[in-house]
Unconditional design. Structure first.
Length: 407
């Protein structure tokens, strides 16, 4: 199968969306698909470049686009171009610059389907209408952005423009041949917010989980048990009181004093760092700078346990991509996640490492974790089989569904 993937987010851009797209493209190529990706050049992205070496794949051809001249022009001209784009409720800089190159590709080469994750949706809709090729939408997060639940977003349209975006999305779902979501709750969220029923055109495809071996040369402080959190660390996602609960429950186990450390690797939030300092938790909590993606997988493999912290949501409609890498690592997990929610669906709310987000429950589960640590029995804190998010199996299922055989 020959696929045209259109997305602004693709490696070497270092963002969660780019990494998810890159892993899926490689997995699809590994299952025999020929994948051509049209993406934004990382040099014109607000995200950093990922220096990982593992993105090259002979089955994935990439076409990186530079912004048009008017986006690089003096501000008055660039502002005018942005105002003109605003007449289209879902227009973006990428959708404006991707249409022409994609049309040229479709005229020059034969493709079997168009796959557009997230911000590539406006271009995908146009190309589908023009070419008649099957169109697969990839929805890893709520789209349009006004559908993000609190605290990430408003949970619904607030303005005329946002209402037009919702109308556009409703029409896009009606036109698409397949809508791919990482979890059922995100699919149900869109159906509920848009008042639609996708039926068998909604396809659940978890994120691909990657693993790497631990670095044998890495030296830890002698006897310290490392609980590592990788990825974004900001006030919208982190509950600062968790650190107090963690420290106070740990204090009930004298034999573990000085032997456990919480480590956060990634972008920092100064307000949370100040919260930790004010409460004298500096010796318990440490921070490490972000590293390239594959190096972060090596760091996961070197930790003793992994912590996932989601925002406090009424319902966990997301599948955090890092969770899939966590599972692939085979490490014991602590999961500060909403119940009900996607992570609870996957591991079971009764899993010993599933903390929930209620203080009483979190404290009780942390006490159980520390007791098990003191007894050397953390095996039951591993969540799922390490191959649960295997790329080959996931890509194979997607290709089978696109060929019309999967149900």
């Amino acid at each position: 199968m020959r696929l045209l993937m259109v997305t602004p987010h693709f490696p070497p851009q270092l963002s969660a969306e780019a990494i998810c797209n890159g892993k899926l493209a490689r997995a699809l190529a590994g299952q025999g698909a020929r994948v051509t990706v049209v993406a934004q050049d990382h040099r014109y992205s607000p995200f950093k470049k990922d220096e990982s070496a593992g993105w090259e794949d002979p089955g994935v051809e990439t076409v990186f686009l530079e912004p048009p001249w008017y986006d690089l022009a003096p501000r008055p001209i660039a502002s005018l171009s942005n105002r003109l784009r605003s007449l289209d409720p879902v227009a973006t800089r990428f959708s404006a610059m991707a249409r022409k190159p994609c049309r040229q590709l479709l005229r020059r080469e034969r493709f079997d389907a168009i796959f557009t994750p997230y911000d590539g949706l406006p271009t995908g809709f146009d190309l589908h209408r023009e070419s008649g090729l099957p169109w697969v939408m990839g929805i890893n997060d709520p789209f349009p952005e006004c559908l993000y639940p609190e605290p990430y977003g408003p949970g619904g349209p607030r303005s005329r423009r946002e209402r037009r975006q919702v109308e556009w999305m409703t029409g896009a779902f009606a036109a698409a041949d397949l809508a791919v979501f990482p979890c059922p709750r995100l699919a149900a969220h869109h159906e509920r917010m848009l008042g639609i029923e996708l039926g068998d055109r909604a396809f659940i495809l978890n994120h691909v989980g990657w693993r790497r071996a631990a670095d044998p040369a890495r030296k830890k402080i002698g006897g310290v048990f490392e609980v590592l959190h990788a990825g974004t660390f900001d006030s919208a996602r982190v509950t600062p009181e968790f650190f107090v609960w963690f420290a106070e429950e740990l204090a009930r186990f004298p034999d573990l004093q000085g032997r456990v450390r919480l480590i956060f690797m990634g972008r920092k939030d100064e307000a949370i760092i100040e919260f930790i300092r004010e409460r004298g938790l500096d010796r318990l909590v440490a921070f490490e700078t972000p590293v390239p993606y594959e190096e972060s997988l090596t760091r996961l493999a070197s930790a003793d346990a992994l912590l996932l912290m989601e925002a406090r949501l009424r319902e966990g409609i997301f599948l955090p991509s890092k969770f899939c890498d966590y599972v692939a690592s085979g490490k014991p997990l602590l999961l500060f996640c909403p119940e009900p929610g996607t992570v609870a669906d996957l591991v079971g709310a009764g899993h010993p490492g599933f903390l929930g987000q209620d203080e009483r429950r979190v404290r009780a589960k942390l006490a159980g974790f520390f007791a098990a640590l003191g007894q050397g029995g953390l095996d039951r804190f591993r969540a799922l089989p390490a191959d649960r998010f295997d790329g080959a199996a996931l890509a194979g299922a997607m290709l089978e569904r696109m060929r019309g055989r999967g149900k």
